[in-house]
Every structure is written in structure tokens, then in C-alpha cells.
Design a protein around this ligand. Structure first.
Ligand SMILES: NC(=O)c1ccc[n+]([C@@H]2O[C@H](COP(=O)([O-])OP(=O)(O)OC[C@H]3O[C@@H](n4cnc5c(N)ncnc54)[C@H](OP(=O)(O)O)[C@@H]3O)[C@@H](O)[C@H]2O)c1
Length: 340
């Protein structure tokens, strides 16, 4: 008899107060169960660490339930089916799921998985530009921000997974693209590699000052990944009928007390601004259009697949903490299979 398959997974050991630390996580070895009828056994190649997971570490109600103490965390993953008990998948299929991550092997209902076509882009891209962050950028910028050629689009956390795609899509739309990021190297990368018209390091000067210099004629669309001082600075520069896409507020995710709102929100009235929040999971109907368009832009070299990859499962907590601090350029990923 073959011995049961062993795999490692990351459990939530304790809930963080403020910034997470390695002590909040635990690496545990488990026996991987055989898949039941309708389930798949998947060997994960890559897993994703995402900002929304910080909220799930708190014991607080949100649009996704909190992680449970002493249990495996979950999140985006891509991998290969090694046993299928579903007629829709066969062994060897490459698959992506929003819930299979933080573990080397996942056993889960086949309906949680979608096939990933490696001819469209590398498997890892299904967690980035071809995955949830890419769809977030696509829906948020194109459907909510509705940029027109010649308009100025400002995106914060612009060197990250969502922001780097937003900037590239705004450029495809013929917009003037301005981005903010947390280092000179990232700002240079945005200008030189991703062809942003202007990029600024928000850590070397107050964002309101550097943004005013980068946007002398104002902003038509602000794609907000950061909240706080970035949102206030952008509101101050919005043109009449401008659109603010409220995608995230990462500057506040580790806050231990309520954070103040933008002091200049009143400007939204006279300038006829639209501020709209959204959550990507409500826009699954856009997935076919997204994959068609993003696949084409990748092939044509109009969009680059940018990622920072950390190796092996036990490094996942460090990758997550690092992503919240800005260690990543593009999508922060953890490679779980050495041969991936
Ligand atoms: N609405 C939705 O459905 C949805 C879906 C996905 C993501 N999001 C949101 O989109 C945003 C970006 O997510 P992502 O997955 O693409 O992450 P990411 O941008 O790849 O990584 C997070 C980045 O945030 C930046 N950051 C951290 N603290 C900051 C601060 N205090 N001020 C300014 N920047 C800070 C860091 O870059 P720097 O070096 O530049 O500081 C870091 O690299 C997050 O707010 C996330 O919650 C929303």
C-alpha cells in the first residue's frame, strides 16, 4: 500500500495587532486526504499573497469571512491536477482557484477550480495579470473609471499587482498615466519599463506636493489602492466630473484605531465627482471579455506580466508581510513546486 501523501500548509496561529509578524503563522505537515467524488487533488505550483488577507486575519465581519485560528489559511493558487474525481477535469490539467493556497496540495470540490491555459500566459500569470488582480484592474479602470483618450489617470500603489496593470491599461486607452510608488527604483521602473508618463516616490516628498507637480492640469480618473493621504491629495486635484475608483486602502490595513477620512471630501460636490467602491468578485461576468482582451494584450506585448517570486511554502508568511511593506514589484507570489 502506498503511504499517504504528506503536504505542508500554513495555519493562522494568532491574530495580529497592527502589522502581522511571523509568530502569527505556523507551518504544519498534514496527511493529504484522497479526493472524494466531485473533488480534485491538486499539486500547487504557486500561491498568492494578497492585501485582502490582512483583513481576514482579524476577527471581524467583512465581505469575506475571517480565517479561523488553528486552521489553514486560503487564497489564490495555481497548480496541476494529480487526481480527478470529476468528469470536467483530468489528471495533468492546469487549474486556478481562489481558495487553494497556503498549502502544497489541495483537495477541493472541482467547482472551485477553473482551467488555466498555459498557451495564453505562464501559469503564474493566472494569479496576477490574467487572474484576480488583472480582473480588478480591468473592471475598475475600464467599467468604473471609464477613461477617455487624452485624460489623465493617476494610480497609487502603481508598481503593485493591480496598479501595474491599471497603468498599462490606461496607456492602452491613450491616457496620460501617472503613478505613485514607495521607492525611486519602483518609480524608475514605472517610467522606463511600463512607460508611465510620470511616476513619483511618495516617501521622499509629501504626496500632495509631488502629485500637483506631476499633474499640472489636474486628474480625470484616480484609481485608489491606498486611501489616506493619497486619496486626499487626489481629491484636491480632481477635475470637474472626475471619477475616483475606490479599489483599496492599503495604508489603513494595519491600523489599530479608526483612521480619519479625507479632509477635503466636500470638494466632490462642486466638482461633480463620482467616487465608487467595488469588489472584484461581483464582476465574474466580465471574466470572458477580460481573458480575451488581456490574453491579446499580453501576446502583443502591450501588457507585461510583472511579478516578484519567493521560493517555498515556509517563506509565505514573510512574502505576505513583505508585500504589505512594499517588497514586491508586480504580483507577489510564492513558488511551491521546485519544478514550476
Ligand atoms: N476591490 C477589490 O476587489 C480589490 C481586489 C484586489 C486588490 N484590491 C486592493 O488593491 C490594492 C492593491 O492590491 P495588490 O494586490 O495589487 O497589492 P500590491 O499593490 O501588489 O502590494 C501592496 C503594495 O501596497 C503598497 N503600500 C503598502 N503600504 C502602503 C502605504 N502606507 N501607502 C502607500 N502604498 C503602500 C506597497 O508598495 P509601495 O512600495 O509602493 O509602498 C505594496 O507593494 C490593495 O489596496 C488591495 O486591497 C482590491
Amino acid at each position: 500500500m502506498t503511504p499517504p501523501l504528506q503536504g505542508r500548509e500554513i495555519h493562522l496561529k494568532s491574530r495580529p495587532h497592527g502589522e502581522p509578524t511571523p509568530a502569527n503563522f505556523e507551518t504544519v505537515t498534514v496527511s493529504v486526504p484522497e479526493p472524494a467524488e466531485g473533488q480534485l487533488l491538486v499539486r500547487n505550483h504557486f500561491m498568492s499573497v494578497d492585501p485582502y488577507m490582512r483583513g481576514r486575519m482579524n476577527d471581524a465581519k467583512s465581505y469575506v469571512p475571517p480565517f479561523k485560528l488553528g486552521e489553514v489559511m486560503d487564497g489564490g493558487s495555481v497548480g496541476q491536477v494529480i487526481r480527478s474525481r470529476s468528469p470536467d477535469f483530468k489528471e495533468g490539467d492546469f487549474v486556478v482557484a481562489g481558495t487553494g493556497g497556503w498549502r502544497e496540495y489541495a483537495v477541493a470540490p472541482a467547482k472551485h477550480y477553473q482551467k488555466a491555459d498555459p498557451s495564453v500566459g505562464p501559469l503564474s500569470a493566472y494569479l496576477g495579470v490574467l487572474g484576480m488582480p488583472g480582473l480588478t484592474a480591468y473592471v475598475g479602470l475600464l467599467d468604473i473609471g471609464k477613461p477617455k483618450a487624452g485624460e489623465t489617470v493617476f494610480v497609487s500603489a502603481a508598481a503593485g499587482a493591480v496598479g501595474s496593470v491599471v497603468g498599462q491599461l490606461a496607456r492602452i486607452q491613450g491616457c496620460r498615466v501617472v503613478g505613485s510608488a514607495g521607492s525611486d527604483a519602483k518609480a524608475k521602473y514605472l517610467r522606463e519599463e511600463l512607460k508611465f508618463d510620470a511616476a513619483l516616490n511618495y516617501k521622499t516628498a509629501p504626496i500632495a506636493e509631488s502629485l500637483a507637480k506631476a499633474c499640472p492640469d489636474g486628474i480625470d480618473v484616480y484609481f485608489d489602492n491606498v486611501g489616506g493621504d493619497h486619496l486626499e491629495a487626489a481629491i484636491g486635484l480632481m477635475k470637474n466630473h472626475g471619477r475616483i475608483v475606490l479599489c483599496g486602502a492599503i495604508s489603513q490595513y494595519n491600523a489599530t484605531a479608526p483612521t480619519p477620512g479625507p479632509r477635503n471630501l466636500g470638494l466632490a460636490v462642486g466638482r461633480r465627482l463620482t467616487l465608487q467602491g467595488y469588489i472584484v468578485i461581483d464582476h465574474a461576468n466580465r471574466q470572458p471579455d477580460f481573458l480575451r482582451d488581456m490574453g491579446r494584450w499580453l501576446r502583443e506585448g502591450k501588457v507585461s506580466d510583472v511579478s516578484t517570486v519567493v521560493d517555498s511554502l515556509e517563506k509565505a508568511p514573510g512574502a505576505f508581510i513583505g508585500m504589505l511593506r512594499g517588497d514586491n514589484t508586480g504580483k507577489m507570489l510564492v513558488r511551491l513546486a521546485k519544478d514550476a
